[in-house]
Ligand binder design. Structure first.
Ligand code: COA
Length: 261
């Protein structure tokens, strides 16, 4: 286990679990925590044995209750834009483009920057008590860590506008109905469910998974053609050791042992 001030980092060999650990502040994302989150993610990215990452919050009340409001209460326009730019570049976009699947295990409140963090992850699993929302307009700001874009992508423009303009959080069940989360489970089963999924992911080709993430993301980038990216990356798979191993294992009726190359 690697220790940070506000983050716990554990690994079971193939899955890294990153826990935001400021339960007394409902895991609100202050500057230090964002910096440590980026460092913990970099650790997972650079560890060749890690095949998937679980992101969760400490305690049974909150995943993350937002960006730390006390840190930006006195900001002007320049500092506000800077905060959003840094958070998007260094954490949210880093997660979205991560080379391994990131699973958000949402164990309670996911509000503001907390929901934005969960939405940057590739897969979201929520506990039954989770409450999700983007309440920024109730503070006089708009979401700044990608929330206006990713919420609309996930639930459609109408539901995103309703959630953002009303500032009212939704329940886990409603989030499931809207497609905001992939699955809802009892709180005591949340981590186990995420770990089982991570385990399934771990058995597949890391290179193919990385290319799949890139191809899917390309479809949401204005300057890219997702279909062309898919064609390019599909071709690139044929040059990988993972492809040779995957096809040989199938033909030899054995389980593939992927090296991620
Ligand atoms: N930023 C900074 N501190 C936060 C925080 C945030 N986003 N969310 C919670 N906290 C702090 C509270 O200030 C409180 O600290 P204190 O004990 O030193 O006073 C502590 O976490 C516990 O929160 P509290 O409000 O007492 O818990 P609650 O159960 O009564 O309410 C919430 C829970 C989530 C409804 C409430 O904390 C809240 O509305 N938080 C802000 C949510 C938000 O607007 N997020 C978007 C930010 S852009």
């Amino acid at each position: 286990m690697k220790t940070f001030l506000n983050i716990l980092y554990t690994s079971n060999g193939s899955t890294a679990t990153i826990t935001i650990n400021r339960p007394e502040k409902l895991n609100a994302l202050n500057r230090e925590t964002l910096k440590e989150l980026q460092s913990a993610l970099t650790l997972a990215q650079n560890d060749g044995d890690i095949r998937a990452v679980i992101l969760t919050g400490s305690g049974d009340k909150a995943f993350v209750a937002g960006a730390d409001i006390s840190e930006f209460a006195n900001f002007d326009a320049h500092h506000g834009s800077e905060l959003a730019q840094k958070g998007q570049d260094e954490v949210m976009n880093f997660i979205e483009n991560f080379n391994k699947p990131v699973i958000a295990a949402i164990n309670g409140y996911a509000l503001g920057g907390g929901l934005e963090l969960a939405m940057a992850a590739h897969i979201r699993i929520a506990s039954e008590n989770a409450k999700m929302g983007l309440p920024e307009v109730s503070l006089g700001v708009i979401p700044g860590y990608g929330g206006t874009q990713r919420l609309a992508q996930l639930v459609g423009k109408g539901h995103a506008l309703e959630m953002i303009c009303s500032a009212v959080p939704i329940s886990a069940d409603k989030a499931l109905r809207l497609g905001l989360v992939n699955e809802v489970v009892a709180q005591e089963n949340l981590l186990e469910t995420a770990e089982k999924l991570a385990q399934k992911i771990s058995g597949n080709s890391p290179v193919a998974i990385k290319y799949a993430i890139q191809a899917i993301n390309a479809g949401f980038e204005i300057d890219k053609n997702g279909f062309q990216e898919e064609i390019r990356l599909f071709g690139a798979c044929f040059e990988t050791a993972d492809f040779k191993e995957g096809t040989s294992a199938f033909l030899e009726k054995r389980k593939a042992q992927f090296q991620g190359k």
